[in-house]
Design a binder for this molecule. Sequence first.
Ligand SMILES: [Zn+2]
Length: 303
Amino acid sequence: MSGMRKRLILVACLLALAARAEPPKETPKETPQEPVEVLRQRLAERLATPVQGQASVRPAARPARPAKAEAAKPLRWGYTGDVGPQHWAELAPENKLCAVGTRQSPIDIRDGLAVDLEPITFDYRPGAFSVLDNGRTIQVDVAPGNGLTVMGRRYELQQFHFHRPSEERVNGKQFDMVAHLVHRDAQGRLAVVAVLLERGRDDQPHPIIQTVWGNLPLEKGEALAAQVPLDLGQLLPQDRGYYTYMGSLTTPPCSEGVLWMVMRQPVGLSGQQLDVFARLYPMNARPLQAGSGRLIKQSLGGP
Ligand SMILES: [Zn+2]
């Protein structure tokens, strides 16, 4: 058999396979029909590869990369259009609070009571981390051992992630970005520390941001384990004054009872670092929510 003939037969087989591939019955309609796409991709690869003399035993295709549930699932909520913040509550019953909650975040932080706020005792130490592009933000998962203590309660850091622009405002001012460090105590209560990020000197990239950006995974939904440690103490501003109020998750299901601590002093990053995130997520901030008479406290002093 000539090389060309073999090649034609191979193409015919692959085409037949591609035509037969149907999504499994239980697959929801909106799921991408990956089997066909994968076969087409392989077909394209094979057509680009010269057929060799005795190539007939070569496997027709590599095994498909196992599709992770996270990656294969369509985005069920987002920041614009039909799945944007105004529609979150309609997308799933468990998101009801997104529409009717009265302790929602983010808020415009103003008129706080300036009091002798207890300092947050941060217990952050250099440790392993991995970076995930989850389709809505860049999220950094950290090894156990980082935590904070406030009001007699210890909260363990779970992950941190970014929003652009900052979700929270302070006296109406919005910042270039914000990092949310999500902590949980032994009873499951959440405490989020917000570190406001704003463009500082372009010749002084922020070392933590630089390390995280340097470990961005190439594919969405696939966490990349970094080969260097991350010392999160370096992400905190020097001035540890903060604003605090009770709010919610700023993403579905918008659960309430979240203790928010927004660091008062913003942290600088370079324009280039801002651009990196802007190219991935130009806008992933939930709009402001009503304050509804909530008490806000803030550390004494400061600007
Ligand atoms: Zn967040």
